[in-house]
Write a protein that binds this ligand. Structure first.
Ligand code: PAP
Length: 336
């Protein structure tokens, strides 16, 4: 836990322009997950740097009907879904797997985040893109809740694929990730107990998680051709079915010939946790200045939470899930 003196200053805020800073200073502010300040902006918690880029994204992004957006709760399978989406959409360009970009690039380098890569000046600046001249269909990633996406995404015919994961494993994955980053930067780490409390209060990036899930779920029910709602555990259980489902949703179903030629299996293997974790492209190197690529591949399992959470934590989070999500249709398989 950081000291009170350390807590008093939000360094992200120091780097932000005057106009945006005034807006941020008017928002509710709390010290949250991973020793960061969070602001309650447009109905969710996020950091000062993110607010600046989300506003820029909302003001400037022009969606095309052919765009595909991979939207996720952090630590729910973003890297996996970006890889699968990229591989499915581009399968005709890279039918020989020997020169596939996923063998030499991390999925986050192939599918940029709006708020972390494209519309940011102060962090993770590795992908300055010419948006108008990107090869179509353009594929983007985001953690932004549905209601705060740029208007043109909601109004155009572009497609959104959403993934969430059981909150027990998501929390454990998030906590491990944030602590590795803190250690790497010689910053104070936070205890599992402290971060668990913050997570349960929704005081984490794009939290609370239940509102994030419910927002995308509602839209996916209202517009099933626009938003495909997926869960990490379902992909783990039957990846073959879900790869086909994603391709159909995107309007590029696999042909009989592709199926018999093993195209689906090739994509599944290329994007599998074991394959991706073992690639040099994901074992070394850094995204932006602080995110070691290897941090995105830890265990890739369902149920690792059992090694971290006490019975009382499990009880508390179970009650929150029951209270916030029961009746919504969202339920999770939490065991391997
Ligand atoms: P992000 O939101 O920061 O991009 P994200 O990719 O959503 O992270 O989450 C990382 C989790 O997905 C890690 O889970 P773990 O900590 O429980 O291990 C990571 O291991 C897992 N993961 C990454 N790639 C894959 C993959 N190809 N298949 C399955 N799980 C994966």
């Amino acid at each position: 836990m950081a000291s009170t003196e350390e807590q008093s200053k939000d360094e992200q805020l120091e780097a932000i322009g005057e106009e945006c800073k005034n807006l941020i200073l008017s928002l509710p502010k709390e010290y949250g997950f991973g020793n960061q300040y969070f602001y309650f902006f447009q109905g969710f918690w996020t950091t000062a740097a993110q607010i600046q880029s989300i506003i820029s994204f909302q003001n400037h992004f022009q969606a095309k009907d052919s765009d595909v957006v991979v939207a996720t709760v952090p630590k729910s399978g973003t890297t996996w879904l970006k890889a699968l989406t990229f591989a499915i959409i581009n399968r005709h360009h890279f039918s020989s797997l020997h020169n596939h970009p996923l063998l030499t690039s991390n999925p986050h380098e192939l599918v940029p985040f709006f708020e972390l890569n494209i519309y940011t000046d102060i962090s993770w600046q590795f992908a300055k893109l010419d948006l108008l001249n990107m090869i179509e269909p353009r594929i983007f990633g985001t953690h932004i809740p549905f209601h705060s996406l740029a208007k043109s995404i909601k109004e155009s015919n572009c497609k959104i694929i959403y993934i969430c994961r059981n909150p027990f494993d998501t929390f454990v994955s998030y906590w491990n990730f944030m602590n590795k980053i803190a250690l790497n930067q010689s910053l104070p780490t936070s205890t599992l107990e402290d971060d668990f409390e913050k997570y349960c209060e929704g005081l984490c990036h794009v939290g609370p998680f239940w509102d994030h899930m419910l927002g995308y779920l509602k839209e996916s029910k209202a517009r099933p051709n626009k938003i495909l709602f997926l869960k990490y555990e379902d992909l783990k259980e039957d990846i073959n079915f879900h790869v086909k489902r994603i391709a159909e949703f995107l309007g590029c179903p696999f042909t009989q010939e592709e199926e018999s030629n093993g195209v689906i299996e090739n994509i599944i293997n290329l994007c599998s946790f074991e394959k991706m974790k073992g690639l040099e492209a994901n074992k070394s190197g850094v995204l932006g200045k602080i995110y070691d690529k290897k941090y995105f591949f830890r265990k890739g399992e369902i149920g690792d939470w059992i090694n971290y959470l006490s019975p009382s934590m499990v009880d508390k989070l179970s009650k929150i899930i029951e209270e916030k999500l029961s009746g919504s249709g969202i339920s999770f398989n939490v065991c391997p």
